[in-house]
Design a protein around this ligand. Structure first.
Ligand SMILES: Cc1cc2nc3c(=O)[nH]c(=O)nc-3n(C[C@H](O)[C@H](O)[C@H](O)COP(=O)(O)OP(=O)(O)OC[C@H]3O[C@@H](n4cnc5c(N)ncnc54)[C@H](O)[C@@H]3O)c2cc1C
Length: 190
């Protein structure tokens, strides 16, 4: 799990060394502030009008959007990332601003959506936790101290953020799991 979340929610007996605790509190959790949204429609009007559904924008909430229709092309959606500047808005406000932005690109047909879904990662208490101060993305990701074991080889702190390669990404999470697996083999095969 992300080291910051660990430091904020789990205490150990005996306590972890202070340098480790401080390191975890100062380790950025990748994409911790991101907000993903998805809007379903009856028709993929963005495919008909010689537009792709791909949007890159630095104005308005939508920053990066794609056509999320299924492979049979019988379920239609637009989805992607919106700016974290809208974190303090309500879900209803975010929806209004997003639909308005889509209306600018596609006209009034954008108003006729079926459903709106969103996930703001900062509200996901089981996978992220707010840091007390601003941390640059990937601060302390892959720090060498994460390779240590604790509580007499019974505690391994591992996850995407502890990996020195592809930190924060799925590949980093898998690399970390493999690292601990090899370590366990070494410890228990002695
Ligand atoms: C919006 C978003 C988009 C992303 N896009 C990409 C992408 O395109 N490509 C990519 O490679 N990566 C992407 N990532 C990153 C990727 O999701 C992570 O790298 C990966 O999920 C991390 O895996 P993990 O196992 O380290 O941690 P997590 O997936 O966070 O798993 C930690 C687990 O620990 C559990 N847990 C928490 N507290 C406790 C507790 N006290 N006791 C027991 N269990 C607990 C949690 O419930 C969770 O299941 C994205 C992340 C986000 C948020």
């Amino acid at each position: 799990m992300p080291p910051l979340l660990f430091a904020k929610t789990i205490s150990t007996e005996p306590a972890l060394p202070e340098d480790m605790k401080q390191l975890m509190l100062n380790t950025h959790t990748w994409m911790q502030d991101s907000i993903r949204v998805g809007i379903t429609y009856k028709n993929a009007f963005w495919q008909r009008n010689k537009t792709s559904g791909t949007i890159y924008s630095s104005a308005g909430p939508i920053q990066e959007f794609y056509d999320h229709s299924n492979s049979y092309n019988n379920l239609h959606a637009l989805g992607g990332f919106i700016s974290t500047n809208y974190s303090d808005n309500t879900k209803a406000e975010r929806k209004t601003y997003i639909i308005k932005q889509l209306q600018i690109y596609y006209g009034d047909q954008a108003l006729d959506y079926n459903s709106y879904e969103e996930c703001a990662w900062r509200s996901e208490k089981h996978t992220t936790s707010a840091s007390d101060k601003f941390l640059m993305p990937q601060t302390n990701n892959g720090h060498p101290l994460f390779k240590e074991t604790y509580l007499n080889n019974r505690l391994f702190i591992t996850g995407a953020e502890t990996s020195a390669i592809f930190s924060g990404k799925m590949e980093g999470a898998i690399t970390s799991a493999q690292f601990v697996f090899e370590k366990l083999k070494h410890i228990y095969n002695k």
